[in-house]
Design a protein around this ligand. Structure first.
Ligand code: NAD
Ligand code: TYD
Length: 342
């Protein structure tokens, strides 16, 4: 089999980290380069089981640093780029939007330019369903690839902008690209400021769980392993220039998610604390994944199976998340939940 070089940006984060592990283990004949700036969201301890493998490499760099990126691309001549690196938390985008513009928009443009210069075989841009804005509560409506982009948060606006740049590099320069737009992910190594790992870690510590507004907002949850398989398929089989939505029809209200976790851990619902709603809080996300299914993808995890696996993982891997919530995270948590700016 032909040896390939794959650059994964943001491979020290949640989804990129799971994807790096999936690729290193599945494709021993691919060299996987994990490029990451190691912001608050990135950590390499998650890769202790693969870090000594011969097909794994780490590069510490900033995707918005064009000199470093062009030099690296010219040296390594990557075949594929799978681009996850981003600022990814809606709440942080409300308090500090500038960094979202720099990393998500400028960083993507720098990578596209480098990919064009070395003629990569494929550039897969990992985007989000949040670029479509929000749906109302009618359960028969879904985001399709044709839904207009109507982002509501600085995070989703920056992701939509990067999607448009990816499209433009395909239309203008013929760069072979795909864009995937996935619903909310959950699973191992999810940073504990997002709803599911925040709830698991706080319930385990018998701490209050902040639920925004009335808790009735709906998210469509996909296990990260199903997302990794979808990206693998798009990387190898996606038609150039196409967008693929990724989701498994697992819609749940936030309060249902929180109550499921509390029940599984055998704790009291008195831990739930309703707090001031997030500004511009999108009501509902729901994905129509039929285009990706026609390409050959099917999710493996129902929400029930996936959340049970995830809770088990957090119970068995306290070494990972306890080091995170004991550091700088404490300051973030105090600031976020006392200023009531969500
Ligand atoms: P994450 O925040 O866990 O990880 C982001 C990673 O990018 C971190 O390792 C961070 O260090 C790195 N990074 C940030 N700025 C960088 C820079 N300037 N240069 C290099 N590396 C940098 O994010 P995630 O949840 O794993 O999301 C990954 C991608 O998937 C993002 O593009 C996000 O928009 C998209 N996405 C996420 C979800 C979700 O539910 N988490 C759903 C759909 C799509
Ligand atoms: P989050 O995990 O931040 O993902 P996203 O905003 O990208 O969907 O939030 C998921 C949902 O949970 C969202 O509707 C906001 C809500 N939420 C809370 O109710 N409380 C919290 O403390 C957090 C972080 C999120």
């Amino acid at each position: 089999m032909t040896r390939k070089k794959i650059l994964v940006t943001g491979g020290a984060g949640f989804i990129g980290g799971n994807f790096v592990q999936y690729m290193v283990n599945k494709y021993p004949h691919y060299d996987i380069y994990n490029l990451d700036l190691l912001t608050y969201a990135g950590d390499l301890t998650k890769h202790r089981e693969i870090e000594n493998k011969e097909n794994y490499y780490f590069v510490n760099a900033d995707i918005a640093d064009s000199d470093a990126i062009i030099t690296l691309f010219k040296k390594e001549k990557f075949d594929y780029v799978v681009h996850f690196a981003a600022e990814s938390h809606v709440d942080r985008s409300i308090t500090e939007p500038e960094i979202f513009v720099r990393t998500n928009i400028l960083g993507t443009q720098v990578l596209l330019d480098a990919a064009k210069q070395i003629n990569v075989t494929k550039f897969v841009h990992i985007s989000t369903d949040e670029v479509y804005g929000e749906l109302d509560f009618d359960p028969t409506t879904f985001f399709t690839e044709e839904t207009p982009l109507q982002p509501n948060s600085p995070y989703s606006a920056s992701k939509a902008s990067s999607d448009l740049l990816v499209r433009a590099y395909h239309e203008t320069f013929g760069l072979p690209v795909n864009i995937t737009r996935c619903s909310n992910n959950y699973g191992p190594f999810h940073f504990p400021e997002k709803l599911i790992p925040l709830t698991i870690s706080r319930v385990l510590n018998e701490e209050k769980v902040p639920v925004y507004g009335d808790g009735k907002n709906i998210r469509d949850w996909l296990h990260v392993f199903d997302h990794c398989a979808a990206i693998d398929l798009v990387l190898h089989k996606g038609a150039n220039g196409e967008v693929y939505n990724v989701g498994g029809h697992n819609e749940r209200t936030n309060i249902e998610v929180v109550k499921t976790i509390i029940k599984t851990l055998g704790k009291s619902e008195e831990l739930i604390e309703f707090v001031t709603d997030r500004l511009g809080h999108d009501k509902r996300y729901a994905i129509d994944p039929s285009k990706l299914e026609r390409l050959g993808w099917q999710p493996i995890y129902t929400f029930e199976k996936g959340i049970a696996q995830t809770i088990d993982w957090y119970l068995n891997n306290k070494w990972w998340w306890e080091q995170i919530i004991s550091g700088e995270y404490q300051n973030y948590f105090k600031k976020q939940y006392t200023l009531e700016n969500h």
